[in-house]
Design a protein around this ligand. Sequence first.
Ligand code: PHE
Length: 453
Amino acid sequence: MAATRQANWSSRWAFIMATVGSAVGLGNIWKFPYEAGQGGGGAFVLIYLVFVFVIGTPMLIAELSIGRRGGLSPIGSMRKVALEEGRNGLWQLIGWSGVIGAFIILSFYSVIGGWTLAYVFKSIMGAFSDITPDGADVLFNALLSDPITLTIWHASFMAMTMGIVMRGVEGGLEKAVTLLMPALFVLLVFLVIYAGFTGAFKQAVVFLLIPDFSKLTFDVGIEALGQSFFSQSIAMGSIMTYGAYLSKDIKVGQAAVTISAADSAVAIMAGLAIFPLVFAYGLDVGGGPGLIFQTLPIAFGKMAFGAVVGALFFGLLLVAAITSSISLLEPGVSYLEHTHGIKRKKASTYAGAAAFLLGILTVLSFNTLSGFTIADMTFFDMFDFLTNNLLMPLGGMFVAMFIGWFMLRKNVMEELAMEDKWFRVWYFLIRFVSPVGVAVVFIWLLYGKFFAG
Ligand code: PHE
């Protein structure tokens, strides 16, 4: 392993913005609303929040601590900390699973980031003006069915990601996130206010925030757990990598709670910006993955200044996506940098180009190869399944087990520097609640996928 710490966050603020930037992304604004819509609204939101604070936040604390203690890439850090604790170096497999998982997510994340980029332009060009539901459908499907156009948008999104990561932690990551994240918050607040004045705000609040417990099924619970992991960037090396750039004086517990609170706040605000429009224009809350792309343009097309509001909205989604995609590229780059001594510029180019190439399979999943499925899954579905349903829960479970059962309590306590009573709460959650909770859901999922029906 090569040298340790090469870069550090210049301030606590920069670190928080970067980590919130990783957490807040397509997961919050694109995925959360349609999952909440399909999962019956308030019931889904409530259980999602429980998972965020009971399982996800303790895991964030664990990942930040291991990353900081190791000071290397996720692979290097896991190996180093395991060896220091007198454990087997094979614990580095958690790091591998993260780096590979992040790479796979990046490959399809960039394709969807590309849709967003396309929609910013469509809105500016007035493509939504007076569009009908059928028209919005046609517009979206025309994009999905055209592999060349999709590839160009995907390439543009990846190039933006690579451009930022190439410039390093202080020059690239920090500059981008400290500028983009506050801009995103301001835009989102503006959109919620806009929706409050023009949409069916009350109906949206009732739908999202008042749980109807009859809708709380086991499947909704599973979706909520998967969504909370994805949204909090758990077990994909991103958080561990950002932890490696963290100085000792920052309290990981407080940081993790701040990150989780901001992440959930953005998801709920996104819901409050979107559902009032969905209800006001009589659109379908259970519209699925196309929800924001197929339904919001109808609303933008009807409202005053819709082209501007639409461009703002998709611009906001783009910002959120980029601050996440840089955290997906960073683990691989930090591995190439730390372990193989490859310069950051080169490392970003190699890793980004490879993820771009893999992403072509996702591009083709929506058109040329849409009929090519294994176990009923297209390439895109497979990448999503592999990361969201396998690598994330397993990785999270092993991180929790490692810190909870295989590290000396004394060392963990020293690293966390938490008040005694909070440490005890966290220690209980990470040793028992997280691993057992994830194991139950994981087994259920696999059973449902491969053995039932
Ligand atoms: N959390 C990001 C989102 O919500 C996605 C992500 C997952 C980023 C895993 C990094 C690691 O969009």
